[in-house]
Design a protein around this ligand. Structure first.
Ligand code: AMP
Ligand code: MG
Length: 316
């Protein structure tokens, strides 16, 4: 790991690392972000591993500007107005994901929507323009620690877990972006943050809706904003029952499933995490009533994988 003062050379180097699947911490006007290529599921899995996050939450995808954002999402009329008014800046927009945009399933936790933001920081903007890939970037701290507002915070917390930390000085705002869901008819405030609600409502000319209780994670499996398969999940399966599809892990796969997808034949949890949501979707799309899921070790990324699977298996 190296902490580099942000300049033309270090930004070009960091952009190249992002394109190759590396992890780069960089300043934005809100907090320092830990970036990975949002189109590269393995890179995003490595990002989760570096943060030690026990759960897969959908990540915010950072782009240089609205033109880049348009590659990855369908802009509603409301979204255009909000982007026009607040980008670059501390507003994140949740929009319908463009099918051909190439955002990895792990980035959006399997959702059909994607959260996008064009940050207002010269280093972030230069990095995003140079990388020319969408950059998933949660705050650059270990899970459970506070968000970093200096490069030194990032180094203390993530040290050897990142390839490069770009030092652009202390961040100006220090709190996370406001998240607005503009994917539907009624724009909804998902998370208060850097841009005040009143400013957004002034642009819209109407009040933002509140997130409904259905979207609040109260009990496992109830998180409406997360993708849940229609099929029942049967966890820790060592054999296959008639009519089941199989989500396999490792080299020794039981036979008898109408359809099998192996998350990682070589027991690589990063590969398994990158494949998880796409595999669930594909098996679900076959219309099977149930998916048998082989045991997955609870270490490293296995914890987040098992959390997701338990939610999918919880009674609905
Ligand atoms: P963080 O990654 O810590 O900056 O947090 C990202 C925030 O954006 C979380 O509150 C996520 O739940 C929210 N978010 C990201 N993508 C989506 C999405 N597609 N739909 C709803 N909320 C999202
Ligand atoms: Mg955070």
């Amino acid at each position: 790991m190296s902490v580099l003062p942000a300049n033309e050379e270090s930004i070009a180097d960091a952009a190249e690392r992002l394109r190759r699947g590396g992890l780069v911490a960089f300043p934005t006007e809100t907090v320092y972000g830990l970036g990975a290529d949002a189109g590269n599921g393995r890179a995003v899995a490595a990002l989760y591993a570096a943060k030690g996050r026990p759960r897969f939450n959908p990540l915010i995808v950072h782009v240089a500007d609205a033109a880049a954002a348009a590659r990855y999402a369908a802009f509603t009329e409301t979204a255009n107005r909000l982007a026009e008014a607040f980008w670059p800046g501390g507003l994140t927009l949740v929009l319908p994901k463009a099918a051909a945009g190439g955002i990895a399933e792990l980035t959006t936790a399997g959702l059909d929507t994607v959260a996008l933001r064009a940050p207002d920081h010269p280093v972030a903007r230069a990095l995003l323009a140079a990388a020319d890939v969408p950059v998933a970037a949660p705050s650059a701290n270990r899970s459970g620690h506070v968000s970093p507002t200096t490069a030194a915070h990032v180094a203390e917390d993530l040290g050897d877990r990142v390839d490069v930390i770009l030092d652009g000085g202390p961040t100006a705002i220090g709190i996370e972006s406001t998240v607005v869901d503009a994917s539907g008819v009624v724009p909804t405030l998902l998370r208060p943050g850097a841009v005040p609600r009143a400013e957004i409502e002034a642009v819209l000319g109407c009040a933002l809706a509140e997130r409904t209780t259905a979207a609040t994670p109260t009990s496992p499996g109830q998180l409406a904003s997360h993708y849940a398969p229609r099929a029942a999940l049967r966890l820790n399966a060592l054999s296959v029952e008639p009519g089941e599809a199989l989500l396999a892990f490792g080299p020794d796969v039981p036979t008898g499933a109408c359809r099998t997808i192996n998350l990682s034949a070589k027991r690589d949890l990063g590969e398994a995490a990158a494949n998880l949501f796409g595999a669930l979707r594909a098996l679900d799309a076959t219309g099977v009533p149930a998916i048998a899921v082989m045991p997955i070790p609870d270490r490293g990324l296995g914890e987040a994988i098992n959390d997701r699977l338990r939610r999918g298996a919880a009674p609905r």
